[in-house]
Design a protein around this ligand. Structure first.
Ligand code: ADP
Ligand code: MG
Length: 269
């Protein structure tokens, strides 16, 4: 299943070091049983990792713990220190499944929000917002209101808002799950282009085997209740992602392997 020579969830070996390190992380919500863990996971700097698992297996919980939006019941979550010049609050960009845009504010206003909250100057905000909008292909939609946008465009706004602070780590929680397939494929490709250009560390949550395999360098399959790591797979970095990869035998074979592991992970004991 896993090539023993390759790095594992607990010890990745990318040259750039480790960006995110979870050690023995557990989460128990007050109202219920254990939701997550213990989870040991290390994500390399610049790596694209997907967490794959059925609904309720703790994927969102894991992302929230990494983001510091929730505290673990046990264990530790560490993020690598960022360059001294950077402000700590800019270390993470979060893209939620819902675009969660302010309906009364333009695309530009929505993307500017994190910088305004950080009290950035007007000129800096204008430059950064323009750059983020250009990167997600929304240069011409800057003055539009959210209700004038398609679902895919709203998600692009949400992505621009996450990128505008130039975070080291991008956390994405089923961002494309509600989109039609064509739009989703296009966003998948655009996200990969962004990742290649910007070299962010990405932790991407999905319940789609096909999406996880298409996007990721590493796919982590999780078990439900509590969410733990059942298996992990590497997808060769040499394979250029695109239409040819989507219809390749290698992609189909990888999807089948991951799909089987997911089925085993979710079987009732
Ligand atoms: P996923 O994102 O994989 O669907 P979640 O992380 O949202 O899973 O949830 C994992 C488990 O924790 C589920 O059983 C869910 O019901 C529970 N859970 C999530 N958030 C809360 C919360 N705020 N309070 C109580 N239980 C929660
Ligand atoms: Mg979730």
């Amino acid at each position: 299943m896993r090539d023993p020579a390759l790095p594992t969830a607990t010890e990745p070996a990318p040259q750039g070091g480790v960006a995110v390190q979870l050690r023995g992380v557990t989460k128990r919500y007050r109202s219920g049983a254990a939701a997550l863990g213990p989870l040991d996971l290390a994500v390399g700097r610049g790596e694209f990792v997907s967490l794959l698992g059925p609904s309720g297996c703790g994927k969102s919980t894991a992302l929230r713990l990494i983001a510091g939006l929730a505290q673990p019941s046990g264990g530790t979550v560490e993020l690598a220190a960022h360059p001294a010049a950077r402000r700590g609050e800019h270390a993470i960009g979060f893209v939620f499944q819902e675009p969660t845009l302010m309906p009364w504010s333009s695309v530009r206003g929505n993307v500017a929000l994190p910088l305004q909250l950080a009290h950035a100057g007007r000129a800096e905000i204008a430059a950064r917002v323009d750059d983020a909008l250009a990167r997600v292909g929304l240069r011409d939609a800057a003055e539009a209101l959210p209700r004038q946008l398609s679902g895919g465009m709203k998600m692009r706004v949400s992505l621009a808002r996450a990128l505008v602070t130039d975070p080291d780590i991008l956390l994405m929680d089923e961002p494309f799950a509600a989109l039609d397939e064509i739009t989703r494929f296009r966003l998948n490709d655009d996200l990969l282009t962004l990742w290649r250009e910007l070299r962010k560390t990405v932790v991407f949550v999905t319940h789609s085997v096909f999406e996880a395999v298409y996007l990721s360098q590493r796919v982590i399959v999780m078990t439900p209740k509590p969410g733990r790591i059942a298996a992990e797979f590497r997808v060769s970095a040499e394979e250029p992602r695109g239409a040819a990869f989507r219809s390749s035998a290698a992609y189909a074979a990888r999807c089948r392997e991951v799909s089987d592991a997911l089925a085993r992970a979710t079987e009732p004991a």
